[in-house]
Ligand binder design. Structure first.
Ligand SMILES: Nc1ncnc2c1ncn2[C@@H]1O[C@H](COP(=O)(O)OP(=O)(O)OP(=O)(O)O)[C@@H](O)[C@H]1O
Length: 251
């Protein structure tokens, strides 16, 4: 689906991301974890094509991202940034409809099918009741859900999500995590909550711009890795009823 080959990103003389390589399989959910400033957002921006790598390559379906026309990238992947902004005075329904832009052309004008796709995306994120509200009047969590609805309306095969549960109350966090579990697309999701990260198929743990560990959650979220990367002690407990693993932390 998407492949990072020896990606580097330098700003002036500072290396923000160094030598990151991995390959995402179709349908896989890869969790991106790491302390503040470890390079997660910078990596996501390179994968989305917003940042051009200083060295290395992003391959989308085997072809270098820099060779893809912008609208074709948008037909394949959608990116929900951490503090995504949008135009002033735009209504929520219009913001979600923007997700259909990559699919529209003179030969392919807006149709009832586009209306239906937008409606489904709004229902999935529970923002239908906000349809006529001005985007700027929304709360942080409502904005986050509208951005996610816009990304779903884009019908991508790959979703890049930068801390999508930020700002959300617990019910909406669980809604997003359930969507991530159920959507039949590949997903790369940056998360700070390590217990939420445990639901991913694989985890990429970043530390100081580099890959510190990559693999299944149980192999990445070890007490040693957590201590070295985050500087905290942890223990894995199991829920007595469900048997689900749960990390608890001490400093
Ligand atoms: N425009 C910039 N100028 C200077 N340094 C920058 C710039 N943008 C990012 N950085 C630095 O690059 C490093 C990586 O930032 P990045 O936002 O990718 O980290 P992150 O892992 O996403 O952090 P967080 O968990 O806090 O969101 C940080 O040290 C950050 O301060």
């Amino acid at each position: 689906m998407i492949c990072a080959r020896n990606l580097h990103y330098r700003l002036k003389r500072k290396a923000l991301v160094q030598d990151v390589s991995f390959e995402l399989q179709d349908g896989e959910v890869l969790g991106l974890i790491g302390p503040n400033g470890s390079g997660k957002s910078t990596l996501l921006r390179m994968l989305s094509g917003i940042f051009r790598p200083s060295a290395g390559q992003v391959l989308l379906q085997g072809r270098c991202l820099s060779q893809w026309p912008r609208h074709e990238i948008a037909q394949h992947m959608a990116f929900v940034e951490q503090q995504a902004e949008t135009h002033e005075r735009i209504r929520v329904r219009d913001a979600v409809e923007l997700g259909r832009t990559p699919w529209l052309s003179l030969l392919n004008p807006w149709s009832a099918q586009d209306d239906a796709i937008v409606g489904q995306a709004m229902d999935a994120l529970n923002v239908g009741h906000l349809s006529q509200r001005i985007w700027h009047s929304l709360s942080g969590g409502e904005r986050q859900r509208v951005h996610l609805a816009r990304a779903l309306a884009q019908q991508p095969q790959l979703l890049l999500l930068d801390e999508p549960t930020n700002h959300l109350d617990i019910q909406n966090q669980l809604t997003i995590l359930r969507l991530v579990d159920e959507l039949p697309v590949s997903i790369i999701i940056a998360l700070h909550d390590l217990n939420q990260a445990m639901r991913c198929d694989r985890l990429l743990l970043m530390h100081e711009g580099r890959v510190f560990a990559l693999g299944p959650p149980a192999r990445v979220l070890t007490p040693d890795n957590i201590r070295e990367a985050f500087g905290v002690n942890s223990r894995l407990l199991h829920d007595p009823e469900t048997g689900q693993p749960n990390l608890v932390f001490t400093d």
